[in-house]
Design a protein around this ligand. Structure first.
Ligand code: NAD
Length: 502
């Protein structure tokens, strides 16, 4: 089957104007080309065609951005800014994102391949929500007061309080699967805490980060408070994580790169938050309502073309329901409409890059070679885009690569289980621990099972439901720390104790 091509002429004039612009880094409130003069190409993954260019920055550009962020951090204007004024700045940025939401959604779609309609309704809606939620925090970021009972000072009267002091210059490194949303998860709490930021988007999806920089400038953030530098991970990204002037790195991406970031951070022992990979189990219990569980499990893996860190990529079904669920999910997979992101009827768009398409196809090949059976998909449609048909494997075993490793594409493995102990053992048999879902109507089963799952988020009768008020992060090799919620702002602060002898 040949997939339709993306028609850029259907986009807003402002979107096309932005694509055609000469893009530069945003450093110290100024637009600057990479010092080397190099650029990298931005592709439309639905067609493979170049749509724009951005700076191919390296350590020299990062150094300049870090110095600008440091100067802005030390500046009294930022340090002394009243919490309510910082709140208004963040709200103004949220307002501008809202005004320009269609342009952001189109840029994201052309850059990443995802549906523009879904990007507007999900990615951008959640990104704006995040900006507004974090905008509400600065005026509520209180410490506590306490009365110490220090044993070796029995006769002294002491009073103490704590302050949440911004950690300093933050390096934010984000992946390509939810470019705007994930950058907001980082810059919104960091700015709310009073930090300054050097943000590096993924090399595959730099456009919306540059657009957000433009909006932040319009919103009136002082120069140097938010800097955006585009470039590759091994150059620009590595320079952020190794830079002695960066106080904290907040990273979302692969577990492999997470390890490199931890190693690079040892130089100045910068603080590190990591949101990494996953291989999340979805568990269908014998009593589950299959009218909900089947489409729910399918959407748990195929949403965003499987490029979701929490994708329900391992489906465990009680053996009494196995055949029905497998057939139901495979049926959804076979009937999904594949197409470019600008077509509002598209259900599965292209993967982000040729490399990602090849990576996912090599996993499918490995599954086939190791004896697993494909009952839907397993191939790519014709055309120039980086598409992969939604794929469902059965007859797998726990040692297969397709069961153990994160594929990050529309590929599902389905396994049967006997009882609760069996499914707990299978679900937890993974180096990852990001998320899990339980599909059941039995309240006792749900409450018994949820705490036994080694996962940062457990969904019940739903999957991939996120909210900015809910802490998000992983157990085991899925990461360090949590994003979202009020604590996400505290994670960009140092707690300082002040002790006064009265
Ligand atoms: P990636 O790790 O290859 O890249 C992520 C970012 O890190 C990019 O900006 C990249 O340029 C940068 N980078 C690459 N090498 C670097 C280095 N040596 N030093 C510093 N930075 C470097 O990941 P990806 O392929 O872009 O994204 C997919 C991965 O992200 C998946 O593993 C997925 O599970 C994970 N992810 C996790 C979450 C979460 O919240 N846990 C969310 C989304 C994606």
């Amino acid at each position: 089957m040949n997939v339709a091509t993306n028609d850029l002429s259907t986009t807003r004039p402002e979107t096309r104007e932005f694509l055609a612009a000469e893009h530069k880094n945003f450093i110290n409130g100024q637009w600057q080309a990479a010092k080397s003069g190099k650029t990298l190409e931005v592709y439309d993954p639905a067609t493979g065609q170049t749509v724009s260019h951005v700076p191919d920055s390296d350590a020299v550009d990062i150094d300049e951005a870090v110095k600008a962020a440091r100067q802005a951090f030390e500046d009294r204007a930022w340090q002394n800014m009243k919490p309510a004024v910082r709140e208004r700045l963040l709200h103004r940025l949220a307002d501008l994102m809202e005004t320009n939401v269609d342009i952001l959604a189109e840029l994201e779609s052309i850059d990443n391949g995802k549906s523009a309609a879904v990007s507007g309704a999900v990615d951008m809606a959640c990104a704006i929500d995040c900006m507004r939620y974090m905008a509400g925090v600065p005026s509520k970021l209180n410490g506590s007061t306490l009365k110490p009972s220090t044993p070796f000072m029995p006769d002294s009267e002491l009073f103490a309080y704590t302050n949440h002091v911004p950690v300093g210059v933050v390096g934010a490194i984000v992946p390509w699967n939810f470019p705007t949303l994930l950058l907001c998860w980082k810059i919104a709490p960091a700015l709310a805490a009073g930090c300054t930021v050097v943000l590096k988007p993924a090399e595959e999806t730099p456009l919306t980060a540059l657009y957000i920089a433009k909006l932040a400038s319009e919103a009136g953030f002082p120069p140097g408070v938010l800097n955006v530098v585009t470039g590759y991970g091994h150059t620009a990204g590595a320079a952020i994580s190794a830079h002695p002037g960066v106080d904290k790195v907040t990273f979302t991406g692969s577990t492999e790169v997470g390890r490199l970031i931890v190693q690079a951070a040892t130089g100045n022992l910068k603080k590190v938050t990591l949101e990494l990979g996953g291989k999340s189990p979805a568990i269908v219990m014998p009593d589950a309502d299959l009218d909900i569980a089947i489409p729910g499990a399918a959407s748990g893996i195929f949403f965003n073309h499987g490029q979701v860190c929490t994708a329900g990529s391992r489906l465990y079904v009680h053996k009494s329901q196995f055949d029905r669920v497998v057939e139901g999910v495979a049926d959804v997979a076979r009937n999904m409409k594949i197409g470019p992101g600008l077509d509002p009827t598209t259900e599965i768009g292209p993967l982000v890059s040729k490399i990602q398409q090849e990576r996912v196809c090599s996993y499918i090949e490995s599954g086939r070679e190791s004896g697993a059976e494909i009952i839907a998909g397993g191939d790519t449609p014709d055309g120039n885009g980086y598409f992969v048909n939604p794929t469902v494997f059965v007859n797998t075993n726990p040692d297969m690569k397709i069961v153990r490793e994160e594929i990050f594409g529309p590929v599902l493995v389905v396994q049967p289980f006997d009882d609760l102990d069996d499914v707990v053992a299978q679900a937890n048999d993974s180096p990852f621990g990001l998320a899990a879902s339980i599909w059941s109507k039995d309240v006792s089963t749900i409450h018994r099972l949820a705490p036994r799952l080694r996962a940062g988020t457990v969904w019940v009768n739903c999957h991939n439901v996120i909210d900015v008020a809910l802490p998000f992060g992983g157990f085991k090799e899925s990461g360090w720390g949590r994003e979202n919620g009020i604590d996400a702002v505290k994670a960009f602060t140092e707690t300082q104790s002040v002790v006064i002898s009265l």
